[in-house]
Design a protein around this ligand. Structure first.
Ligand SMILES: Nc1ncnc2c1ncn2[C@@H]1O[C@H](COP(=O)(O)OP(=O)(O)OP(=O)(O)O)[C@@H](O)[C@H]1O
Ligand SMILES: [Mg+2]
Length: 371
């Protein structure tokens, strides 16, 4: 088979804000496609050449592989190369539908591709829209509200006594404040956990100013956190061994969240944080509960071939869905601490087998098995 491997290469960012810059940069607006200044973590979701090469090598064992960068020329490249299928890991660059751009082009050209379709990718990048779908299926999630700006917070407070969301649920501190449409913990810094209205206002301003998008304000779930790698489709969709995020390994005194700092600053190959335990040491009942809500969420969102789902327990120990990543991170080096490859290794799948499992799942969907 001829496979097009479509990706966005992570570029190095030059910071104009020096050491004082927080993740997100000094003046940054990642979702405003007309904005000239881009944040320091702009490319955080994109892939390094190391990852792209590892995926290419895995696919090249049995196929011809053509590397295709998801840039402004890629539509022409798809037409010229005419791959039998595209292995899609392109995160997209601009806008809230950026993850859907490549699958849209491929559907237009009737070229099969791995992973979820444009609708699923666009919904899952918007954490609020994802919640609306999950709510319909009664899948548990933290209570939340979208707040556009600090000013909007004030009017919300004036109109209600206390802080209620549109479904009239009382949101209790501590709260989490995050950009509504980002991944890789972009904009989720240690201070994103807020304990009073003053801190809430500061964090809403930070998100709306740096990321030019509304803030998702969510009740903070204090329980254990897990991430679940899903493989397959429909009735065959299955969870790989569950990964637990062990917050005790974070520096002392910081909030127990898997923040931007925890992912990209405190955890580096030279000094890895031993932050994941896989398989998670949990009772069978909790494991089944987690797997059950993950399979329900995966199918509710119509995810295809693979996804990684983040789950956190509430104060009573009940698992809730935090978010769904239909284009999961897949850093190949075990020391880079990437959850999906880690879960696959625990299930006995090498990196190459994982990638080829995703390809096989897509080929089976398209009736292309055995080409
Ligand atoms: N409501 C919440 N309660 C407690 N912790 C939370 C909540 N929301 C987010 N977090 C913490 O912040 C981390 C990052 O949040 P989230 O998964 O929403 O961000 P992301 O940028 O989409 O992540 P990813 O790298 O998985 O794409 C979570 O792993 C969790 O530790
Ligand atoms: Mg996450």
């Amino acid at each position: 088979m001829k496979i097009g491997l479509c990706f966005n290469l992570k570029k190095e960012m030059e910071s104009d804000a020096g050491d004082k810059a927080e993740p997100g940069g000094s003046k940054s607006l990642s979702n405003d496609i007309h904005q000239a200044v881009i944040p320091r973590d702009f490319y955080a979701e994109c892939d390094s050449m190391e990852t792209i090469s590892a995926v290419r090598d895995a696919l090249a064992a049995n196929n011809d592989v053509v590397l295709m960068e998801a840039d402004e020329n890629c539509y022409g490249k798809f037409r010229a190369e005419k791959p039998d299928i595209v292995f899609n890991i392109a995160e997209g660059i601009y806008g809230t539908a950026r993850e859907a751009h490549i699958p849209c082009m491929l559907e237009f050209l009737r070229i099969p591709y791995t992973g979820s379709d444009p609708l699923t990718l666009a919904i899952c990048l918007d954490k609020q829209r994802t919640k609306e779908v999950l709510h319909y299926y009664d899948i548990p999630m933290p209570k939340s509200e979208i707040i556009n700006s600090r000013k909007a917070l004030k009017s919300l407070r004036k109109n209600t006594r206390g802080f209620f969301n549109l479904r009239n649920e009382h949101l209790k501190y501590p709260l989490m404040v995050k950009p509504v449409s980002e991944g890789s913990s972009k904009g989720i810094v240690n201070d994103a956990v807020v304990r009073n209205e003053k801190e809430l206002g500061i964090q809403i301003s930070r998100v709306s100013e740096l990321y030019a998008q509304p803030a998702l304000v969510e009740e903070y779930l204090p329980g254990r956190e897990f991430t679940v790698a899903m493989l397959g489709n429909g009735k065959d969709a299955r969870a790989l061994p569950i990964v637990e995020i062990i917050f005790d390994t974070l520096p002392e005194g910081v909030n127990h969240i898997y923040s931007y700092e925890a992912k990209w600053i405190w955890d580096v190959p030279e000094k890895p944080l031993d932050i994941f335990k896989c398989p998670a040491a949990i009772p069978a009942k909790l494991r089944k509960q987690i797997e059950s809500i993950c399979v329900s969420a995966y199918n509710a969102l119509n995810c295809k071939d693979w996804s990684r789902i983040d789950v956190r327990c509430d104060s009573e120990g009940n698992p809730n869905i935090l978010e769904i990543n239909p284009l999961p991170g897949i850093l190949p080096n075990p020391e880079d601490n990437s959850c999906f490859p880690k879960a696959a290794r625990t299930a006995g799948l090498s990196y190459g087998q994982l990638i080829n499992n995703v390809l096989d799942a897509a080929c089976a969907r398209y009736g292309m098995a055995g080409i």
